[in-house]
Design a protein around this ligand. Structure first.
Ligand SMILES: *[C@@H]1O[C@H](CO)[C@@H](O)[C@H](O)[C@H]1NC(C)=O
Ligand SMILES: *[C@@H]1O[C@H](CO)[C@@H](O)[C@H](O)[C@H]1NC(C)=O
Ligand SMILES: *[C@@H]1O[C@H](CO)[C@@H](O)[C@H](O)[C@H]1NC(C)=O
Length: 466
């Protein structure tokens, strides 16, 4: 690089170092560092050189690009495959201990060099293994400093992005499940932010459902509970897991029942207590603790609690509220046409306002119940209204569950038919009685006449009369 020795360049170089125009960039070992020079719009029309300060020759440029779009990288063993350009920014992958040097950027061979010092940022988490809520955690973030430069500002952000205590001193806290996730150490110097991320795992069950699980007699029941995908049984067991169980607290106010307990011997298996015909999920070994049944029933309404207990007394639990959708018919399901009918579809209390009910009458029925009312009255049912009535529970376009009821409606006419049949039967009986009476009468007459003839030797009547 011939221009390095140009007097103007030397002067500029002297000026920049004199004014301390050395920008500091932080990077973590093993991570990717990006060094971004001042941007210009027509950057493609210029040469670009990225060099090390102590190897100022163009031939030794780490990365270069010419205005025709050709570019190249130094491919010695030290840098091989780790350097690239993004616009004019230098990207260094998998930062090594030896990379913390001064980098020089030049736009065009005779351009003003800009210097960047790569400094080491170290973050650490103690302990690095997964934690239980209540465990103590120490996060430290240390930034290498440059003599003559102000110390950078250090600030931790928790996984929700909230700012924690400032300062270079390590941050110590008792974790809750909200602390699980990526923590970010923000190092600010010269108004420029550098971020380093570390991940913290706090063991817990998957987040609770925000709404109840709905079921019905014609709908499956699922009571979900599981370990988050990134947490394994090994990690849980390593924290001295004592017991895992399911409890059911019926809404009817009856005493709570223990449904299942987990046997912690390998392979994990559920032991039934009062299982209420519930089945456990097939992928228990993968952390799925859910319970299911192909159909719900009225007694399922209540709270299901999935609990993990650890030797140090920590309890992790999730409660699933189960609601059962039911249709009730008054006065019953066997009706005669013309009767008044009240149908009610509910989960036992007013339907929450963000849920919608939808009635689906039998196909042949001409009734169009107000779709969103839990209760409706049919003043006079007809035979066409018999059959399967369905009531669906929807939430913003998703079907939560549906319940069914089958109504049997006899035609009113059959009453008249009954009257006719009874009448006919009565007539037949009367006729039979009449026939019997007549028969008896005739029999008695014959008997009488025989007795009259026995007293004398039978002779033709008439002759002896005279
Ligand atoms: C757990 O199992 C239940 C029932 O088999 C299933 O519905 C659910 O999607 C599973 N959950 C996970 C997280 O795999
Ligand atoms: C759930 O766990 C909390 C502590 O984390 C405890 O206070 C609560 O009583 C538990 N609930 C049930 C139903 O076990
Ligand atoms: C139906 O409900 C109404 C009030 O909503 C009530 O007056 C009527 O007696 C009910 N009928 C039957 C058959 O239950």
């Amino acid at each position: 690089m011939r221009n390095v020795f140009h007097p103007v360049f030397l002067l500029l170089a002297a000026l920049t170092s004199f004014t301390g125009a050395l920008e500091v960039i932080y990077a973590q070992l093993g991570e990717t560092a990006t060094i971004k020079p001042p941007e210009i719009d027509d950057y493609k029309k210029h040469y670009v050189y990225w060099q090390l300060e102590d190897r100022p020759s163009d031939v030794d440029a780490l990365v270069w690009r010419n205005p025709w779009g050709r570019w190249g990288t130094l491919s010695d063993d030290r840098w091989k495959g780790r350097l690239s350009l993004s616009r004019d920014s230098l990207i260094i992958k998998d930062v090594q201990e030896t990379d913390f040097e001064t980098f020089v950027f030049k736009r065009d061979p005779s351009g003003t060099p800009t210097k960047y010092k790569l400094l080491k940022l170290t973050v650490s988490v103690t302990p690095s293994s997964p934690l239980l809520p209540g465990d103590s955690l120490t996060l430290s973030c240390s930034a290498q400093t440059l003599q003559g430069h102000k110390d950078p500002q250090i600030q931790w952000l928790n996984p929700s992005g909230e700012k924690m205590k400032k300062g270079p001193a390590p941050l110590t806290l008792k974790v809750t499940s909200r602390d699980s996730g990526q923590w970010i150490c923000v190092v600010t110097n010269d108004k420029k932010e550098n971020k380093a991320k570390v991940s913290v795992t706090v063991l817990d069950l998957s987040p609770a459902l925000l709404r109840p699980q709905y079921t019905s007699k014609s709908w499956p029941l699922t009571v979900p509970c599981s370990l988050p995908a990134h947490i394994s049984w090994q990690q849980i067991k390593a924290k001295d897991l004592q017991e895992v169980h399911w409890h059911f607290v019926p809404e009817s106010g009856r005493t709570p029942q223990r449904l299942f307990s987990l046997s912690l011997k390998d392979p994990l298996t559920w032991e039934k207590d009062q299982n209420r015909e519930l089945r456990s999920a097939a992928d228990l070994q993968k952390g799925n603790l859910s319970l299911t049944r192909s159909r719900g029933n009225e007694e399922d309404q209540g709270d299901y609690v999935c609990t993990m207990k650890f030797k140090n007394g920590v309890l992790l639990n999730r409660t699933v509220h189960v609601k059962v959708l039911q249709i009730t018919s008054s006065p019953g399901t066997d009706l005669i046409s013309g009767q008044q009918l009240n149908l009610t579809c509910s989960v036992g209390h007013p339907t929450p306002s963000d849920l919608q009910l939808k009635w689906v009458p039998p196909e042949q029925s001409s009734l169009t119940p107000d779709r969103h009312l839990a209760h409706f009255t049919v003043p006079e049912v007809g035979t066409a209204d018999g059959g399967k009535w369905r009531c669906e529970l929807w939430q913003s376009g998703a079907l939560l569950t549906s319940a069914e009821i089958t109504l049997k409606i006899e035609p009113k006419l059959s009453l008249w038919m009954l009257v006719v049949i009874c009448g006919a039967a009565v007539i037949v009986i009367l006729l039979l009685i009449l026939a019997f009476i007549l028969y008896r009468r005739r029999q008695r007459m014959t008997h009488l006449s025989r007795r009259l003839c026995k007293c004398k030797t039978p002779k033709p009547r008439g002759f002896y009369r005279t």
